[in-house]
Design a binder for this molecule. Structure first.
Ligand SMILES: Cc1ncc(COP(=O)(O)O)c(C=O)c1O
Length: 421
């Protein structure tokens, strides 16, 4: 008998339609260029842990304190994930159970806020790079809690810390929240901390996007400054889909109780095993190299797109992503750009830019990111080439012959840096 139960052959036999779609998805990953800033390629080791029989285990509670028997081996992997997260990020406490970034944020709000009360959160508005869970009216965060939004400065397109302070003094939030889904620059965590202290607020950072860069030393760490840091494990950190929460010891009990039993049931122990694996990978020199390459390639891609005549929001990037204003190309929208790039095998997404005159489903911008290309080993020369292809496609989205040439250039590029070779 084997030590590992998952079987590709068994899947093909049991459900050929699902097997075919899974194989096709791998084919798509191998034949297209991934510029979606929130996506990456988890390693075969991470994927193997995800496909393990730890999927079968109920383990409500925490290592050593479970509501079910038979948890001795899931305790090993969950404790490894906790210990590695604490070591890698220098955190006092780690909860590795959140099923996703949205659940991690929900748990933090659950720990510190009373729903539908006067308790307020001060966070970056969605239209300037914040996330749905930072108070959008269509999300539980905006429905159940009272959010006040700060914006970027209209000139510099950087977070305006004076404005953040003014809003904090005016609204006395319980939580001051920093973190983004589409903001290309570093965040002044020390300045946020000062503002939070001035109004007696919890300082929370949603590091979902940049946590892998923090792990690899390529982006400032929020951990020494924040009370609580949430993040997803599947973006720059390159692990399984899921999330974690780091916090100071004084908040450990409140956070653990808010994850289980307040907002979640049984933890996904196969996912937690995969989180442990990705954290071990993130402790290596190879991961540091990847994190540096991610930022270097994002800068090269952004510069290349600026050379093609597009405008970079905030003038550039310090992270894994760039936000690109398409208006120099006339009335091309983000939705048009996304569709045209998709046709030639480049996956990226439309994105609102600050003070965007268009609705989000059309948008004046695109967001591009390089965690995927950096994982595959692409570097600055490849990003120059990608920028030229994107420029060609976006200047003439209706030109079929040009799009055919662009598609074959993309195929040539990805065949030189194959995924899961
Ligand atoms: C800043 C931020 N927070 C939270 C999330 C939510 O993560 P998930 O999709 O895992 O719920 C995202 C996802 O894009 C994000 O960018």
């Amino acid at each position: 008998m084997s030590d590992y139960a998952a079987s590709w052959e068994a899947l093909q036999e049991a459900d050929p339609e699902v097997a075919r779609a899974i194989a096709d998805e791998l084919g798509r990953e191998r034949s297209t260029l991934r510029l979606i800033a929130s996506e990456n390629y988890a390693s075969p080791a991470v994927l193997a842990a995800l496909g393990s029989t730890m999927n079968n285990k109920y383990a409500e509670g925490y290592p050593g304190r479970r509501y079910y028997g038979g948890c001795e081996f899931v305790d090993v992997t969950e404790q490894l994930a906790i210990d590695r997260a604490r070591e890698l990020f220098g955190a006092e406490h780690a909860n590795v159970q959140p099923h996703a970034g949205a659940q991690a944020n929900m748990a933090v709000y659950g720990a510190f806020l009373e729903p539908r009360s006067e308790d307020r959160v001060l966070g970056l508005v969605l239209s300037h790079g914040g996330h749905l869970t930072h108070g959008s009216p269509v999300n539980f965060s905006g429905k159940w809690f009272d959010f006040v939004g700060y914006e970027v400065d209209p000139e510099s397109e950087l977070i305006d810390m004076d404005r953040v302070r003014d809003l904090a003094l005016e609204h006395r939030p319980k939580i001051v929240l920093a973190g983004f889904t589409a903001y290309p620059r570093t965040i002044d965590f020390a300045a946020f901390r000062e503002i939070a202290d001035e109004v007696g607020a919890i300082f929370m950072v949603d590091a979902a996007h940049f946590i892998g860069l923090v792990a690899g030393g390529a982006y400032p760490s929020p951990v020494p400054h924040a009370d609580v840091v949430t993040f997803t494990t599947h973006k720059t950190l390159r692990g399984p889909r899921g999330a974690m929460i780091l916090c100071r010891e004084e908040h450990a009990k409140a956070i653990d109780k808010a994850v289980f039993p307040m907002t979640q049931g049984g933890p996904l122990e196969h996912c937690i095993a995969a989180k442990a694996v990705c954290l071990k990978e993130a402790m290596t020199d190879g991961f540091r190299e990847y994190a540096e390459r991610t930022v270097r390639t994002a800068r090269a891609l952004a510069q290349g797109l600026a050379d093609e005549g597009l405008r970079l929001v905030s003038g550039g990037t310090d992270s894994h992503l760039a936000l690109v204003d398409l208006r120099p190309y006339g009335d091309l929208t983000g939705a048009d750009a996304e569709a045209a790039c998709d046709e030639v095998g480049i996956a990226l997404n439309k994105n609102a830019i600050p003070f965007d005159p268009l609705p989000p489903m059309r948008a004046s911008g695109i967001r591009v990111g390089t965690p995927g290309p950096a994982t595959l080993g692409m570097d600055e020369p490849e990003m120059k080439e990608v920028a030229q292809i994107v420029g060609d496609v976006l200047r003439a989205p209706g030109d079929g012959a040009m799009k055919e040439r662009a598609r074959s250039r993309v195929l040539d590029l990805v065949s030189r840096f194959p995924a899961y070779a």
